[in-house]
Design a protein around this ligand. Structure first.
Ligand code: NDP
Length: 277
């Protein structure tokens, strides 16, 4: 099938669909159905993690879909306790087994956990996964600028992405600038604010939704896409999966983008990566 989703070229040479589908907090009992629905709607980029306890069900959905492996982009992440224990090789192999795959498109360090001082060693192991082809791209998640600077100065491979909390209330301007200067792509988690803000009722978002005859969530996703972010909204319900996928038939004007840019309060909903250890 042809897809309207733009592909973004990563520094590894691989391409990632700019709009994907996240499965954080999707119950393992529901995951296969949810991911099969998402694939039927047209998503070809699925974001999971060992810590979500649903890799096995994601893998089952990929197989059940019958979609050729090379048409799906699959991300998973090293769980914090495996990272902390230095169990990186074992954790990666177990992820491949659980997913039933022989390679992962993008493998991420889930959190830097700076107090443990392991992320440089962990990254060396990740460089090995990229070299032997079992990870087509490697990246990080929740890294702050000092963590990225340390990786850039002490290791060889530049992370393909940094997946971080990012939404109109927490726009990560300084980090995005750093990424752009170093060839790292910005991937937004919690792109809709995890439903913890009344994002959808804010006038800048409501006005744009009315002007384009779309839902507020579609406006927020469109803002991410036009900002250049890779974006992975999560959903349980199929009707809204189609809504969140239907974001390529309209474009926000410069004024509408500026009004959403002005919502930034530099405020997180999730943990501060400096303090998650
Ligand atoms: P999101 O910002 O995607 O918000 C998800 C919530 O928004 C859910 O409650 C969902 O509803 C609701 N929602 C989605 N679409 C709509 C819509 N069109 N209208 C109304 N409500 C909507 O938060 P997530 O935390 O899930 O982030 C997305 C993904 O990012 C995760 O699934 C995961 O893959 C990744 N992530 C990564 C992290 C990291 O540390 N690297 C941390 C957190 C997330 P419903 O309840 O119906 O599904």
């Amino acid at each position: 099938m042809t897809t309207p989703v733009p592909q973004i070229k990563l520094n590894s040479g691989a391409s990632i669909p700019q709009l994907g589908f996240g499965v954080f907090l999707v119950d393992p009992a529901d995951t296969q159905r949810v991911v099969e629905d998402a694939l039927e709607v047209g998503y070809r980029h699925i974001d999971t993690a060992t810590g979500y306890n649903n890799e096995k069900e994601v893998g089952a959905a990929l197989r059940a879909s019958g979609i050729p492996r090379d048409q799906i982009f699959l991300t998973t992440k090293l769980r914090n306790d495996h990272h902390k224990a230095g169990d990186v090789q074992g954790a990666f192999s177990r992820s491949l087994d659980a997913l039933g795959l022989d390679y992962i498109d993008l493998y991420l360090i889930h959190w830097p956990m700076p107090a443990n001082e392991r992320y440089v060693d962990t990254w060396h192991a990740f460089e090995g996964f990229a070299a032997d082809g079992r990870a087509k791209s490697i990246g990080v998640s929740n890294f702050l600028i000092p963590h990225l600077e340390k990786l850039l100065s002490e290791t060889d491979v530049v992370p393909a992405v940094n997946q971080v909390e990012l939404h109109p209330i927490f726009q990560q301007r300084e980090l995005r600038k750093f990424h752009a200067e170093h060839g790292i792509h910005t991937e937004a988690w919690g792109p809709l604010g995890q439903g913890k803000y009344e994002l959808f009722t804010l006038p800048a978002i409501q006005d744009a939704a009315k002007a384009h005859d779309v839902q507020p969530a579609q406006v927020v996703l469109r803002w991410h896409l036009q900002t250049g972010n890779i974006v992975i909204p999560k959903l349980n319900h199929r009707a809204r999966m189609a809504q969140n996928f239907d974001v390529f038939g309209f474009e926000l004007s410069d004024d509408e983008m500026a009004a959403i840019d002005a919502l930034d309060e530099n405020r997180r909903v999730g943990g501060n990566p400096a303090e998650v250890n």
